[in-house]
Every structure is written in structure tokens, then in C-alpha cells.
Write a protein that binds this ligand. Sequence first.
Ligand SMILES: NC(=O)c1ccc[n+]([C@@H]2O[C@H](COP(=O)([O-])OP(=O)(O)OC[C@H]3O[C@@H](n4cnc5c(N)ncnc54)[C@H](OP(=O)(O)O)[C@@H]3O)[C@@H](O)[C@H]2O)c1
Ligand SMILES: [Zn+2]
Length: 341
Amino acid sequence: MKQTYKAVAVVAPGKMELVERTIPAPAKGQVLIRVEACGICHSDGGTVEVAFAGMELPRVPGHEVVGRVEALGEGVTQWSIGQRVGVGFIGGYDGTCPRCLRGDFVNCENPVISGVTTDGGYAEVMLAEANGIVSVPEDLEAAQASPLLCAGLTTFNALRNSGARAGDLVAILGLGGLGHLGVQFARKMGFETVAVGRGQNKATLAKELGAHHYIDSAEVNPVEALKKLGGASVILATAPNGKSIGSLMAGLVPGGKMLVVSVPSDPIPAQGYDLVFGTRSIEGSLTGKIIDGADTLRFSAMQNVLPMIETFSLEQAPEAYAKMMRGDVRFRAVLVMEQTQ
Ligand SMILES: NC(=O)c1ccc[n+]([C@@H]2O[C@H](COP(=O)([O-])OP(=O)(O)OC[C@H]3O[C@@H](n4cnc5c(N)ncnc54)[C@H](OP(=O)(O)O)[C@@H]3O)[C@@H](O)[C@H]2O)c1
Ligand SMILES: [Zn+2]
């Protein structure tokens, strides 16, 4: 068997390079995964631009990983070699911090963040923590399943905990990797679903994804359009643009919630009047726990929620990443690794 593997690593801010390395042995509590597919998430920008705190270079991005367990570290008994597994953004927890002890693994003080604190899935193999991976059903194709582990998990979990009830109007702002899954989940959860995007080129696709309504924010005032529909109980903000999120606040019904999953680099402006007189709120939501990942996969299989993907080879990672950053991918770029052995 080949003793080396290929990966695409960030070697300087904004610069990725194909590297060849020796295959590592998994340490205690770890597994080695032979990667089959890895989605490219907008959050990978934090790795590529070396914007996450405490990052070291070189670093391999990628946190939407599906593959097979190839080797087990000491003490790992819950997984077996050959098993199909997935890794998301939060790739494990230390189990000892005060939050972990309360079961709040998402807010662990010392989490393993795939592609940030450890090397991720833009690679033929990766190491993962045994307590941070999820089982992936055999009948889900790797490239189709991988975006469910971050884009899917994040939108599924935010929506199911949003407080919106069946029949409520729920809007999804931004139609990229997260947004196009958010639209499908919202529809399948029984919400009257509105997609808010820029331009007519996504109108038909939004309807195909299940949106009851499409609002082209480049063409009409989206707040007026939402008001015409009765106002949104929840707006799931996936567009990484603070100004466009803030400008939608008045499109919420009184008591409505702006649920922010994107991480814009600009501030999110909110008018005190819209917040106070409408008793509206704005809330952030970070991905989800391992168990939420399993729930996402189960719900997706049950309700036939699948991402629309464009596939690329590992070597094409920089090109695929650039296309995603331009907002040109329909709707998730996924690296599919050649299986040579
Ligand atoms: N909370 C979490 O745990 C979590 C998890 C994963 C990702 N994220 C964050 O979520 C955000 C979205 O990630 P993604 O992977 O879905 O990104 P993406 O695939 O690049 O999609 C973002 C979409 O937002 C829209 N958009 C971009 N700029 C905009 C602007 N100036 N005004 C209005 N809309 C704009 C675009 O769609 P339209 O042209 O259709 O509007 C674009 O396709 C990122 O900030 C990412 O870091 C958070
Ligand atoms: Zn992500």
C-alpha cells in the first residue's frame, strides 16, 4: 500500500499548494480516514486567509468529509475498519472542560476544529477524533453526503430549533451551499418557504428546491416583498453580508427572529425601532453536535434532501474554492478523491 498521500494545504495567507506527505498513524482516541469526498464551505475562507485565531501553517482545510475508517488508534472500540464515516466542522471535544461535562460539546473550550486546529479533508487521508465522527449510511453517495455534514447540519439544526411552527413563513437569505439546503429543509419541515437571492438566475432553481416564493432582492425591496406575504416568523441568514442581513429586520413579523448562521466580516446593523417595537430578536447559531449530524443525515434520507453539487478533483481545490467565493457554484463544490487502491 502507498505510504504517502496527497493534500492541498494552505501555505501562506490566500495561497494553497498540493503537497505529498507520509501517511500518519492515528494516535490514541483517533481514527485514520481514507477520504472519499470533501465539500468546500465558505467557512474554509477562515482557514485559507489564516483568519481563525491560533492557526498554524501549513494547514489542510476541509470539514465536510465522508470516507472510510482505515486505521484505529489505541482505545478506539466504537468504530471498525472499513466503516463509512463523516466529519464536520466540530471534529471532536476534549470531554473534560466544564461545558463538555454538561454535555455542551458545541461550546467546548478546547474543541478540535477540522481544517482549523487540525488538518481537514482537502486530502486523500485525514486523522479524526473517534468522538467527533458520525456514521454515514452506505446508500448515500459520498459526494452527496459530504455537504450535509456542515451546510446541512447547520441549517437543519438552526431551523428545527428556531421556534417556527408548521405553516409559518420562513425566509432563507442567500442561496449558496447553506442556503440551498436551508430552503429544502424549511420546505420539508412544513414552513411556507421563501428564498431571498440576488438576481433572476436563481429563481427557477429556488422553486425546484421547494421554495414557495422567490424574492429577487436586486429587483424588488425584499422587506416590502416579505411584508406583502405577511412577514417572516424566522429569517435564516446564510448570506455572508451584514448589511443585507440588517436591512431585512423589518421583514420579520412582531416577535420574529433573525437567525444568523453566516459570519459576515462587516457588522450587522439593526434599528432599535425594529427590534423594540416589533419585539424582534437576532440570534446566532453554530453548526451542531455529533448527534445533530446523525439527525441531519437521517432526516435528509427520510425526506430526500440532497445537495446540488459541482464536483472537482483534489488538485482542482484552489479553483473550486475561488468559484465558491465568487458565488458561482450551483450550489456546493465538492472535492471527489480518486480511490487508487
Ligand atoms: N453557523 C455555522 O456553524 C456555519 C457553518 C457553515 C458556514 N457558515 C457560514 O455561513 C456563510 C455561508 O456559507 P456557504 O458555504 O453557504 O457560502 P456560499 O456557498 O458562498 O454561499 C453564500 C451565498 O450568500 C449570498 N451572498 C453573498 N454575498 C452576498 C451579499 N453581499 N448580499 C447578499 N447575498 C450575498 C450568495 O447567494 P445569492 O447570490 O443567492 O444571494 C452566495 O451564494 C458563510 O459566512 C460561512 O462562513 C456558518
Ligand atoms: Zn462549513
